[in-house]
Design a protein around this ligand. Structure first.
Ligand SMILES: Nc1ncnc2c1ncn2[C@@H]1O[C@H](COP(=O)(O)OP(=O)(O)O)[C@@H](O)[C@H]1O
Ligand SMILES: [Mg+2]
Length: 230
């Protein structure tokens, strides 16, 4: 059987503030299979971002184990972890986070440049993704001259183009109106079905929750409910 994209075992993240301890993630054991399209939902402060950051190797667990693509990342040395992230995890953020001085195409190919993918291969992957996502013609635009929806589509292309084991998207539709957010979801759904890209969202957008095929509800740092959706 294929390795799951993600496996956590009894993972905790505790923040200390003054004399107070906040258990942002409490004792979470979870598996995300390859090819899933899963949403983490829950109220603000329930630990969604912290859990995504643990899975993305952006923060270290206080206790427990985090595996991505079969590798234990919780104790990986910083340099190795950075390299592992580059090749295995794509990120999509609420505020798009495109580099303002690079064109749409340069932004989209940036992770592949760091990965060492050759020019021809980078260009061909990005151009076909631009085509597939209805962005052809916008390759040379700077982010400041693109709408929010277009910027987020480019951020999604950037996240998937390097062929990571997993794409993590933290509130990807929170800055978008409902029509734009819907079409972004269609795009991610298509990339999931056609290319098999594994997506894990943190969200409190009901639209994202409804469109996901598995919904994990978090409350106070723990999983309250985890179910498949039709
Ligand atoms: N770096 C940090 N330092 C201290 N507390 C934090 C930090 N990051 C998150 N928290 C706390 O952890 C809890 C979960 O936060 P977060 O993961 O951002 O939740 P969500 O994404 O669901 O809104 C909150 O109580 C938050 O204040
Ligand atoms: Mg959050």
């Amino acid at each position: 059987m294929a390795e799951p994209a993600v496996r956590t075992e009894e993972v905790w993240k505790t923040f200390r503030q003054a004399s107070e301890e906040i258990h942002a993630v409490q004792d979470i054991s979870l598996e995300i299979g390859q090819g899933e399209f899963t949403a983490l939902a829950g109220p603000s402060g329930s630990g969604k971002t912290t859990l995504l950051n643990l899975i993305g190797g952006l923060t270290r667990p206080t206790r427990g184990m985090v595996q991505v693509a079969g590798e234990d990342i919780g104790n990986m040395k910083a340099r190795r972890l950075a390299r592992f992230r580059l090749h295995n995890v794509g990120f999509v953020f609420q505020a798009y986070n495109l580099l303002p001085v690079l064109t749409a195409l340069e932004n989209a190919e940036f992770p592949m440049l760091l990965q060492g993918v050759g020019t021809a291969e980078r260009q061909s992957r990005v151009r076909s993704l631009f085509e597939q996502t209805g962005l052809s013609g916008l390759e040379d635009r700077l982010p400041g001259r693109l709408s929010g929806g277009q910027q987020q589509r480019i951020a999604v292309i950037r996240a998937v183009a390097g062929q990571p084991a997993l794409v993590l998207a933290d509130e990807p539709t929170a800055n978008l109106d409902s029509t734009t957010s819907n079409s972004l979801l269609c795009l991610m759904d298509e990339l999931n079905r056609d290319l098999g890209v594994t997506f894990l969202f943190a969200t409190h957008d009901t639209n994202v929750m409804n469109r996901s095929r598995r919904l994990i509800q978090m409350v106070d740092g723990a999983i309250e409910c985890d179910r498949a959706q039709p």
